[in-house]
Design a protein around this ligand. Structure first.
Ligand SMILES: [Zn+2]
Length: 344
């Protein structure tokens, strides 16, 4: 009896399961047909206003709220461009930023064979030190105040007018790194991240000189400099009073950034020294007074890929976003996500 009852229940379940599977199958078919129609509409060669794969769901980990949310790639990009570049920048610079940010994101999308940042199980996160800067609508309203509507429409236009466009090298999305100001010359990726990419090589960046953050000077106490370096590098063993003898720039790259610097008993890269003292750039020089070390930096950021201020200077001089991107990323092509992933 018990067995029969069990079997009957199982049969009932089996029947329900079949019905459910049938319904699910029909629904999937409907979804596929509808998606197919949508794709056919937006994916036609004559309409470059909206590539289908740019509508792929993107999972974003909100580092402040500590939760993962789903949104469209294009909507995410509006908030990234708004977070990464002043909305007052030239339209063509904003468009270049949109394409670079889209490319950076696509390389992290699991659904497009990318490698996710992984925080909260998401493709990307809103922490600018891990992925890209991201400003929520509330933050934008607060930052922009009365200029909110105008600024947002500028940023939205830059994203929409480049919809679905990414940068590729050998038909693969590139690692589209960017930074604020290169100080006149960008840097080879190999010199900063120890991994070379043919499209991330040093190029001139005229116009950086005119821009904010081109140079900066910070005055640090001798004690603070010695403490920061000794904390991170025990071999350094430097003393506040002898810094001018213990800190010696050994070599610089062609761009002017420090390659190696002797720090007491240790030899650091320019990047390590920059990080230890939280400097704007690895292109620095040092002067000393009785109590202080004065550090003068040129440029702002790691210097690899597109200089945002350089992009704005090029746009002011009449370059369009494609010329800006192909200047900063050597040998790249601008392609639609669809043509790269072939409708996935
Ligand atoms: Zn991340």
């Amino acid at each position: 009896m018990a067995m029969n009852a069990y079997r009957r229940r199982k049969n009932v379940l089996g029947a329900n399961l079949k019905t459910l599977l049938l319904i699910a199958g029909v629904l999937s078919l409907i979804v596929l047909i509808v998606r197919g129609c949508l794709f056919a509409k937006t994916g036609s060669k004559t309409d470059d206003g909206g590539a289908p794969l740019s509508g792929e769901p993107l999972y974003v980990y909100d580092a402040k709220l500590k939760k993962t949310v789903q949104m469209s790639l294009e909507e995410y990009l509006v908030h990234v461009v708004a977070g990464e570049m002043p909305a007052s920048f030239e339209e063509e610079a904003l468009k270049a930023q949109a394409v670079a940010a889209r490319t950076y994101t696509v390389r992290r999308m699991a659904s497009l064979n990318g490698t996710p940042c992984g925080r909260g199980g998401a493709d990307v996160c809103t922490d600018s030190t891990c992925c890209q800067a991201y400003k929520t609508d509330a933050q934008l309203r607060e930052n922009w105040g009365s200029a909110y509507t105008e600024n947002l429409s500028r940023v939205r236009a830059a994203v929409a007018q480049t919809s679905g466009e990414i940068l590729t090298y050998n038909d693969i999305p590139i690692e589209a790194l960017f930074h604020s100001n290169s100080g006149g010359m960008t840097e080879d990726a190999q010199n900063v991240f120890a991994s070379a990419e043919p499209y991330l090589v040093s190029v001139e960046s005229p116009g950086d000189e005119e821009a904010a953050h081109y140079t900066d000077t910070v005055r640090l106490t001798r004690a603070a400099v010695a403490e920061a370096l000794n904390d991170l590098y025990q071999n350094a063993n430097v003393t506040a009073k002898k810094l001018e003898k213990q800190l010696k720039v050994l070599s610089r790259f062609e761009s002017g950034r420090v390659n190696q610097i002797e720090v007491g008993g240790a030899t650091l890269t320019g990047r390590q020294f920059r990080q230890a003292l939280s400097l704007d750039s690895a292109n620095f020089s040092l002067t000393y007074s009785e109590k202080y070390v004065t550090v003068t930096t040129v440029g702002y950021g790691h210097g690899v890929g597109m200089s945002q201020y350089g992009a704005n200077a090029m746009a002011k001089d009449g370059s369009d976003y494609k010329s800006i991107l192909t200047h900063y990323y050597t040998g790249v092509k601008i392609q639609s996500i669809d043509s790269v992933f072939g409708g996935k």
